[in-house]
Design a protein around this ligand. Structure first.
Ligand SMILES: [Zn+2]
Length: 233
């Protein structure tokens, strides 16, 4: 359940029977024709739906992440790595002092991966706490389901186009996007990134049927729930 629907007394009562919490990690960044907040919308929604039957509180999604490569796209906001890690540290410390001991970070954005390294360092400093960093969109079961429909999926492609990330009245191209391969080259930033990636989709079609997207979503929710239920010491 969303922490927004709880008061502190209810959290105190919850902590007498459980010590798990979920923090979704988003990013406000270009997603081609989709919402700038796609990563946060997806991370939060998959977390809330997965946590619902378990009664685990889901904290407000962290709307900003690390996305320096997209800074030339209007509406993108990137935290410096140092800021991001300090922010996460403060969040983990606060949860720990509340009494949460098992914290699942559910990330919707690849640039937030430093949070995984931070989680490890944080646990070394706080032996009583456990933090798992989980990228819901990399879950092997959901990826296998998605690839049944289309193996070419990427940032801002159909893979992130759910009824809750697309924008009313915005038409999607029907072509399949294909960017030139840049493996072995440095990651592009600034205007060069914008020139390379064009509308923002990396590769693949822009949309697929709702039926397929909902089938993928159901697997993602179940797989995220498994991360909440199992794999704790
Ligand atoms: Zn995304």
């Amino acid at each position: 359940m969303r922490i927004a629907e709880m008061n502190w007394m209810q959290v105190e009562a919850y902590l007498k029977r459980d010590d798990r919490a979920v923090v979704p990690l988003g990013s406000t960044e270009q997603h081609a024709y989709l919402s700038l907040c796609t990563d946060g919308i997806l991370a939060e929604r998959v977390s809330v739906e997965a946590a619902e039957p378990l009664g685990i509180p889901v904290f407000p999604m962290l709307a900003y992440g690390v996305t320096p490569y997209f800074r030339a796209f209007p509406g993108t906001v990137s935290l410096r790595l140092e800021t991001y890690l300090r922010l996460l540290q403060d969040i983990l410390n606060s949860l720990m002092s509340s009494g949460f001991r098992r914290i699942l970070l559910v990330s919707g954005h690849g640039g937030n991966e430093p949070a995984g390294a931070l989680a490890t360092e944080w646990m070394a400093d706080h032996p009583a706490g456990q933090v798992k960093f989980y990228q819901w969109w990399r879950g092997p079961k959901m990826l296998a389901k998605a690839k049944e429909f289309d193996p070419i999926l990427s940032h801002a492609s159909w893979f992130e186009n759910f009824p809750w990330t697309r924008l009313t009245g915005v038409e999607m191209p029907s072509k399949r996007k294909q960017l030139p391969d840049r493996s072995g080259y440095p990651r592009l930033v600034g205007k060069a990134m914008r020139a390379y990636v064009g509308d923002g989709n990396y590769n693949g079609y822009y949309r697929r049927s709702d039926e397929e997207m909902l089938a993928i979503w159901r697997v993602a929710v179940a797989e995220t729930r498994e991360m909440m239920e199992t794999g704790w010491d």
